[in-house]
Structure formats: structure tokens, C-alpha cells
Design a protein around this ligand. Structure first.
Ligand SMILES: *[C@@H]1O[C@H](CO)[C@@H](O)[C@H](O)[C@H]1NC(C)=O
Ligand SMILES: *[C@@H]1O[C@H](CO)[C@@H](O)[C@H](O)[C@H]1NC(C)=O
Ligand SMILES: *[C@@H]1O[C@H](CO)[C@@H](O)[C@H](O)[C@H]1NC(C)=O
Ligand SMILES: *[C@@H]1O[C@H](CO)[C@@H](O)[C@H](O)[C@H]1NC(C)=O
Ligand SMILES: *[C@@H]1O[C@H](CO)[C@@H](O)[C@H](O)[C@H]1NC(C)=O
Ligand SMILES: *[C@@H]1O[C@H](CO)[C@@H](O)[C@H](O)[C@H]1NC(C)=O
Ligand SMILES: *[C@@H]1O[C@H](CO)[C@@H](O)[C@H](O)[C@H]1NC(C)=O
Ligand SMILES: *[C@@H]1O[C@H](CO)[C@@H](O)[C@H](O)[C@H]1NC(C)=O
Length: 769
């Protein structure tokens, strides 16, 4: 009798669990189920700063919600898998580990005495209790005064939806933190944790606002924190993240808390170190709170709350909607063959590549930090363009073209309001990295038939990048994270680049990288000029694009090398960013044939590539190495490249929290994996071509939103056979290892014949036994 009662209870618990689990897995999607949001967090591995947080939010969401295990700042994300305490749930706008936070909000459940300070409010949690999905997160925490708090979370683009269950706790409360002690620094040595965090000269105290309306069960407020304010030319003085949290229960009591002191019954306060709280009846077991956010105003945050997650919406309904948004994108690709691990890395990569840039507009309006006012239009921010122009953008054009026009419009608005296209926009321009690769993003979009933006305006903006140097160009070095300077754009353009063809190492930082990057950007301009029938411009900028890279090729050493203004060599270590002479000596993506010739012809070039890989110079954790394995195919050694591509994939991607060898860089690391797994990669993005590599799956079927027909990539045996014997596109044999965008974007059949031995296909440079 007793035994069967126990069995019944077990069955009841189990079915409840299953029912709940199936609610969270609705709609069904094997692709979404394969995603593991912890991959690439970095965790404990030293310097493995994948920097991805296991957040809940839809694709390209304005705000991502995450359990807060640390206080985030530049070089520190709010969640670290090695931490054991949760201090709240953060609606974050930090787009990458090397960028600052902007206008975030933190929701902190607690019980008993109100504890607002970060160090005092942390609750230990059971890692095994964590459920991490793109649409839902759950953790069980031990409340500070005893008992348990179970937190569940989902989110739409502008609303965080949380549910707290209190078990055997003191009187429940929820705190909304508006402002905190923030950490700023621009010198990377000040950013190394915990040095930056404990150095008081790097602390700031942004002053925000709390407004409590107990009749509406709301705690609202504003947070003007923008950690990157020390960078770039746009002060954005009225920037703030606004929020409005609404609870499903009446307040028993409420108040504010500033710098650890509680002001019971107070409904409004301004200042630093500020939070507001509401307490609930002691017998409250379940509490639901939705937090609307806005960059425009508190009223807009409330409006976003009402329109995205109206009163009465269950957390399950919010989670289902966000899951459906991911399924809508991820289900466009179906993979077959390959281990579960390979599928997890693949779909997590797709998940990562569709997070940035993120929505900055609300209801067709957006706050612009460039001119500090609100405009009509669609806007995005979080553009890590130096990274994403390589493959992440190409992937978004292929899989999410419906977003691309708005993303380009957003860049053109930045140009109208600030005078320049973005380089690295984190709310406003931060001048991070080098080159004006928005030129490439736009030219590629045009070449790939994306419409819906003003192409003439785009041409004017790109032309300006190529012809107008920054202010004080011959006296400011524009070193990395230099403070107090204007728009960096093409620093070094006036002094030497436009005349002799290189950026001078004695005037500008990172001058070798700049020279090569500017040459590619000139090429992007030439491509767009051709497209618009501007033949003279096209000829002029193509000439500069083809000449400049080889102005810094030192024939004596056989490597690229930065040069001084007077023309003499600056030294092999000089002038590189996120790479060295090895990587940069392969960095002429728009003139690979010329590069091969200059480096001694195909045989010598393949030997150079072998040396680069065999001696450990390929650094896939940084972007300048990403296209290098694909150069083998362009030198007639495709089979060697196929080995390298498999090796890079194996060594730099896996399903652990440390499973991304480098910073995700807003999706570029993952886009490399996705394209490589499909079997091709956009070495020169504005060419509209992809270089053939080695597909990882037996079969991939893609429902491209632009195509009537499915794109089917078949490669039977690919998981164990890395070498390509032949390729056909819609039945026609591919002679060169190059696919054109129009051979992909309309759907069709690409058939790879795979082998476990090196093959002569596209490998004429090699003498095969
Ligand atoms: C996570 O925390 C550990 C321990 O403090 C630290 O070594 C590691 O660098 C952190 N990882 C990231 C990505 O911040
Ligand atoms: C981590 O980075 C620091 C600073 O860049 C460097 O000094 C250190 O050698 C790196 N550690 C490892 C294990 O790579
Ligand atoms: C951070 O602290 C260091 C060391 O005191 C100081 O040199 C630097 O200027 C500070 N950075 C900022 C942005 O205040
Ligand atoms: C916060 O309070 C501490 C004393 O508890 C005081 O030393 C500190 O200056 C206060 N900070 C601010 C920013 O008001
Ligand atoms: C907070 O600041 C706002 C805007 O400056 C002002 O209108 C409001 O009266 C202030 N509230 C309090 C409580 O000081
Ligand atoms: C060229 O400029 C560099 C850096 O200013 C200087 O060290 C070098 O001596 C100059 N070379 C000649 C030949 O003038
Ligand atoms: C996963 O990848 C990381 C980064 O490339 C690497 O350091 C780690 O050893 C790999 N772990 C496993 C289990 O393969
Ligand atoms: C762009 O559209 C034109 C006209 O429809 C078509 O001829 C061309 O092939 C398309 N280009 C690509 C890359 O799809």
C-alpha cells in the first residue's frame, strides 16, 4: 500500500516535470534543442574569453537577460560559469566582453531584511538545478536568511519576464537596482580583473532614478551608466536605460535604498547606488514580474511592457514565443549525419551569429546618441564591424536577409546624425579597431541584392570614408582606446596612405593593419562604384586597393612590414592589431592572385601556408587568421586546405563552456564555423563569391527565405571523409573551388563527392602520388 502510494507520488512528480519540460519545448524544434547557451562563456580557462553569456532573449534582442554572478564591465561579463552565487537577474546591453555596459537593470529577489549591496545579496545556487535554454532559464538559490528561492526567466526583445517561487523563506521582496558603482578604464592594464575593479580611480557613480507606484504595482526608473563614455566622439549626454517593472501582486510595503540605507515608504529618489524594492505578503509563494526597458523614456518602457508582454501573460507563454522566434530562424537549417556534439556546436554557432547587432528602436522610434535626440526609424547597435564583416554579415544576409535592410538603414542614420558610418557602435561610436569596414557591409549587401535603403546616400558615406581623413590626422596616433579624440575613421589617410600608399608607422598606431584594411575598404568602394556605373571612381579606388597592400610587402624578408613616413621599414613586430606578420602577410583578401604572385607563385605560397600552420602561427582566436586555411584552395591546393579547416574546427570549437578558443566577437567566431560546416566561406565578402572548403555533415537542407527551392548540400560520408573529390551545382561540375552567391541564394543542389584521401580536385599545385 505504502509502496504504491510512493510510486504514485513519484509518477505524479515525474509527469509534472515532463509536462513542464514539454511546455518549454513547444514549439518542437530539434535545432533549438541542440543549442547549449553555456558554450563559449569562457569559464575558468585562463584567457578563454569567449564572453558569451547564457542569456534568454529572441534573435537580435534589444536586451538579454542573464543570472548575474559578477558585476560586469569591460573585460568582464555578468555571468561566469565558475561562480557559485547569483546576485540578481540582469537585463544587459553589453554586446561583447571587450565593450562596456549601457543602461542595464538588475532584478534581485530576496527575503527578510532588504539587502541591496552586491556583496550582501548573493545567494548560493545549485548548478545542477540550472536549466539554460535560449528561451528559458531556471536556478534554485538558497535565500540569505534561509529557505529557497527558485528563479525562472524568459524575455522578449524589450521585456524581461521573471517568476520567483519562495519556499520556507522570510517575507519575500524584490529589488530593482537602478545604479551601481561602475568601473571605467581605457587602458587595458587597468581592465585586468580584479585590478580594474579594486582601483578606486577607475570607479564612477552614475546617478539614476527610482519611481514607485504601488497602486500600479510598479517600480520604474532610469540608469544613465554607459561604461564606454570615455571612448569616441559622441557624449550622448541624455543617454539612459529606462525600465518599468510590474508585479502580479500588491505591495505589502515598498521603499528605496541608497548606498545600503533603506528608506521605507519612499516612492521616489534620485542618485547613485540606488535601488527600489517592494515587499509582499509573508505567505506569497509565487511572484511574477515583467520588466519593460527602453532607451527613450520610462513611459516608453511601460509601453514596451504592455505591448510585448501584456498583463495576464504567463511566463510559459513568453518562453514559447521566444522559442518560436529562435525556431523560426534555426529550423531554416536541417543537418543530417554527424555526432550530437557536432550538431550542438553547429546550432549554438547559428544561435551566436544571430544575436548582434541588436535592436535599438522601439515602436519605430529610436534614441540616437549621435545627436542626443529621438528619431523615427529602425535602429540597431552592437556592431563589431572589424570582426563581423568577414563572415557574420554574409551569414546574416544568407539566413536572415529580412533584417539586413534595417541594419543598413541604421548605419546610414548614424552617418546622417553623426557624420560618419559606424566602426564599432556600442550605442554610439567607440573607435574600437581599425578600418571603415561598414564600406564592405554595405557594398556586400548591394552586390547580394539587398534593397530598401538609399544607395546614393550609402555611396556618399562610403566615398567620404575613402577621401576625408579624421581631424588632426597628422598629430593624433589613434592608438587603441585613445580617449578624447574625434571620429577615428581612416586615421593616416591624409598623411601618407593617399599619396604613397601606406599608413605611416611613426604617425599612426596599428599602421600595417590599417594599410591592408584600408586597401580592402577601397576595393569595397570600387565594387559599389562599378555597381552604380561610376567607372572613374571605380578605376581610381581599384588602383589604390590593388597597389597599397604591396607597398608594405618587404621583398627581402618575404613578409608584410609596416613603414615609416620616409619609406623605411618599421620592423616586423610593428603596426599589427590582433595578429602578427604571419597572419597579416596573408591578409590581402581582394587580390589573392597578386599576393600569390608576389610571394613567389603557387608552390612557394603553399609552402608559406604550410610553414604558417606547422609552426603554430595560425591564431584562430583572432580574426585575421580566419580566411587563411581557405587560401590553399586559391593556390591550387584545396586538399591541404581541407585538412587545415577540419583541424581548426576541431581545435577551436567544442561543447564545453570553454569551447570557443577566442572572443565570440559578436558572432564572427561562430559564423566561421557555420560556413565551414556548410562547405564554403566568403574569403572576399564583396566579391559575392565563396571559396569551397570541406562540408562537415552528410547533408544540410536550408530553407532560404529568399528562395523558392530548398538549398540541399549533400556530402555523403563527410563526417569521416574530409577531402573533396568533386563538386556539382545543379548537376554541373564545378571546376574551380568557387561558388557564386547566386548559385546558393536561389536554392538548388550542391553535391560533394567526399574521400578519406587527398584528391586532385582544385589541387593542381600539389604533386599527388
Ligand atoms: C571566470 O572566472 C575565472 C575565475 O575567476 C577567471 O579565471 C576567468 O577568466 C573568468 N572567465 C571569464 C570569461 O571572464
Ligand atoms: C593571459 O593574458 C595575459 C595578459 O594578456 C598574459 O600575460 C598571460 O600570459 C595569458 N595567459 C595565458 C595562459 O595565455
Ligand atoms: C584607471 O586607473 C588608473 C590607475 O590609477 C589610471 O591611470 C587611469 O587613468 C584610470 N582610468 C580612468 C578612465 O579613470
Ligand atoms: C556610501 O557609504 C559609505 C559609508 O557607508 C561612504 O563611505 C561612501 O562615501 C558612500 N558612497 C557614496 C557614493 O555615497
Ligand atoms: C529627480 O530628477 C528629476 C529630473 O531631474 C526631477 O524631475 C525629480 O523631481 C527628481 N526627483 C527627486 C525625488 O528628487
Ligand atoms: C625614417 O624615419 C624613421 C622614424 O622616424 C627614422 O628612425 C629613420 O632614421 C628614418 N630613415 C631615414 C633614411 O631617414
Ligand atoms: C575545448 O576547446 C577549448 C578551446 O579551444 C580547449 O581549450 C579545450 O581543451 C577543449 N576541450 C575539450 C574537452 O575538447
Ligand atoms: C541580383 O538580381 C539580379 C536581377 O534579378 C540577378 O540577375 C542577379 O543574379 C542577382 N544577384 C545575386 C547575387 O543574386
Amino acid at each position: 500500500m505504502l509502496v504504491s502510494a510512493v510510486a504514485l507520488i513519484i509518477v505524479a512528480i515525474f509527469t509534472t516535470y515532463l509536462r513542464k519540460d514539454s511546455v518549454l519545448r513547444d514549439p518542437k524544434s530539434k535545432a533549438v534543442d541542440a543549442v547549449d547557451p553555456i558554450i563559449g562563456n569562457g569559464g575558468d580557462t585562463p584567457n578563454t574569453s569567449g564572453g558569451m553569456i547564457p542569456s534568454t532573449a529572441p534573435p537580435f534582442a534589444m536586451t538579454r537577460w542573464v543570472a548575474q554572478t559578477r558585476e560586469n564591465f569591460v573585460s568582464m561579463t555578468p555571468y561566469n560559469v565558475s561562480d557559485t552565487y547569483i546576485h540578481g537577474f540582469q537585463g544587459t546591453h553589453q554586446p561583447a566582453i571587450w565593450m562596456g555596459e549601457s543602461g542595464h537593470v538588475v532584478v534581485v529577489p530576496g527575503a527578510g531584511t532588504v539587502r541591496a549591496e552586491f556583496a550582501k545579496r548573493g545567494m548560493s545556487f545549485d548548478r545542477a538545478s540550472e536549466v539554460r535554454m535560449p528561451s528559458y532559464y531556471r536556478a534554485e538559490m538558497v535565500a540569505v536568511e534561509g529557505g529557497k528561492i527558485i528563479a525562472e526567466q524568459s524575455a522578449t526583445s524589450r521585456v524581461g519576464h521573471l517568476r520567483f517561487t519562495f519556499r520556507d523563506t522570510s517575507t519575500p521582496y524584490v529589488l530593482l537596482e537602478a545604479t551601481r558603482k561602475s568601473v571605467v578604464a581605457s587602458n587595458t592594464s587597468d581592465l585586468t580583473y580584479p585590478a580594474g575593479a579594486i582601483n578606486p580611480s577607475n570607479w564612477t557613480y552614475p546617478a539614476g532614478r527610482i519611481l514607485i507606484d504601488s497602486s500600479r504595482r510598479e517600480i520604474c526608473g532610469s540608469n544613465p551608466e554607459r561604461q564606454d563614455f570615455i571612448l569616441g566622439p559622441n557624449p550622448a549626454p541624455s543617454f539612459a536605460g529606462h525600465f518599468c517593472a510590474r508585479f502580479d501582486r500588491s505591495f505589502l510595503a515598498y521603499g528605496t535604498n541608497q548606498n545600503g540605507s533603506t528608506h521605507a515608504g519612499e516612492a521616489a529618489r534620485n542618485g547613485s547606488l540606488l535601488a527600489g524594492y517592494a515587499m509582499f505578503a509573508p505567505d506569497t509563494q509565487v511572484l511574477d514580474v515583467r520588466v519593460g526597458v527602453s532607451f527613450i523614456s520610462v513611459d516608453q518602457a511601460r509601453h514596451n511592457l504592455d505591448s510585448e508582454v501584456p498583463d495576464g501573460t504567463s511566463l510559459e507563454a513568453t518562453a514559447r514565443r521566444t522559442r518560436a522566434a529562435w525556431a523560426e530562424k534555426l529550423d531554416r537549417i536541417e543537418v543530417e549525419g554527424g555526432s550530437d556534439e557536432l550538431k550542438t556546436v553547429f546550432y549554438t554557432s547559428v544561435f551566436h551569429a544571430l544575436q548582434y547587432p541588436y535592436e535599438q528602436s522601439e515602436d519605430g522610434r529610436y534614441y540616437s546618441g549621435y545627436d542626443d535626440s529621438v528619431h523615427n526609424g529602425e535602429s540597431y547597435t552592437g556592431y563589431s564591424i572589424w570582426d563581423t564583416y568577414r563572415a557574420a554579415w554574409a551569414f546574416q544576409i544568407l539566413l536572415a536577409p529580412e533584417r539586413v535592410s534595417g541594419m543598413v538603414q541604421s548605419m546610414l542614420q548614424d552617418y546622417k546624425e553623426g557624420g560618419w558610418l559606424p566602426m564599432w557602435k556600442n550605442i554610439v561610436e567607440t573607435n574600437i579597431m581599425v578600418g571603415t569596414h561598414a564600406d564592405s557591409l554595405i557594398a556586400e549587401a548591394v552586390v547580394k541584392n539587398i534593397t530598401g535603403f538609399d544607395v546614393d546616400l550609402a555611396y556618399a558615406a562610403i566615398y567620404k570614408d575613402a577621401t576625408v581623413p579624421p581631424e588632426h590626422d597628422d598629430t593624433i596616433s589613434y592608438y587603441d582606446r585613445e580617449q578624447g579624440v574625434g571620429y577615428e575613421v581612416r586615421a593616416g589617410l591624409s598623411t601618407v596612405y593617399a599619396q604613397n600608399g601606406w599608413v605611416a608607422a611613426d604617425i599612426h598606431s596599428e599602421s600595417g593593419s590599417r594599410t591592408l584594411d584600408y586597401a580592402y575598404d577601397d576595393y569595397a568602394l570600387a565594387v559599389l562604384a562599378d555597381h552604380l556605373g561610376k567607372a572613374d571612381d571605380a578605376a581610381l579606388f581599384r588602383k589604390r586597393a590593388m597597389g597599397a597592400p604591396f607597398m608594405i610587402f618587404n621583398e627581402e624578408t618575404g613578409f608584410m612590414e609596416a613603414r615609416f613616413r620616409n619609406g623605411s621599414w618599421a620592423g616586423q613586430e610593428e603596426g599589427w592589431t590582433e595578429g602578427d606578420m604571419w597572419a597579416y602577410s596573408f591578409d590581402v583578401i581582394h587580390a589573392v592572385d597578386d599576393l600569390i604572385r608576389v610571394r613567389g607563385g603557387p608552390q612557394a605560397f603553399v609552402r608559406n601556408l604550410d610553414e604558417h600552420f606547422d609552426k603554430g602561427h595560425n591564431d584562430h582566436a583572432n580574426e585575421p587568421s580566419h580566411h587563411i586555411p581557405y587560401l590553399y584552395a586559391l593556390a591550387g591546393a584545396a586538399s591541404k586546405g581541407q585538412e587545415r579547416i577540419r583541424e581548426v574546427a576541431r581545435e577551436n570549437y567544442n561543447t564545453t563552456a570553454a569551447g570557443l578558443s577566442g572572443n565570440e566577437d559578436c558572432g564572427q567566431m561562430s559564423a566561421w564555423f557555420v560556413f565551414s560546416a556548410l562547405g564554403f566561406y566568403p574569403v572576399n565578402p564583396v566579391s559575392g563569391e565563396y571559396i569551397v572548403g570541406t562540408p562537415f555533415f552528410d547533408k544540410v537542407t536550408i530553407r532560404l527565405p529568399t528562395a523558392q527551392a530548398l538549398l540541399v548540400i549533400s556530402a555523403p560520408g563527410a563526417t569521416s571523409k574530409p577531402y573533396v573529390k568533386s563538386v556539382t551545382v545543379n548537376g554541373e561540375r564545378l571546376e574551380r573551388p568557387v561558388l557564386r552567391h547566386d548559385q546558393i541564394v536561389n536554392g538548388g543542389n550542391i553535391v560533394f563527392e567526399m574521400s578519406d584521401k587527398p584528391q586532385p580536385w582544385a589541387s593542381e599545385t600539389l604533386t599527388l602520388q
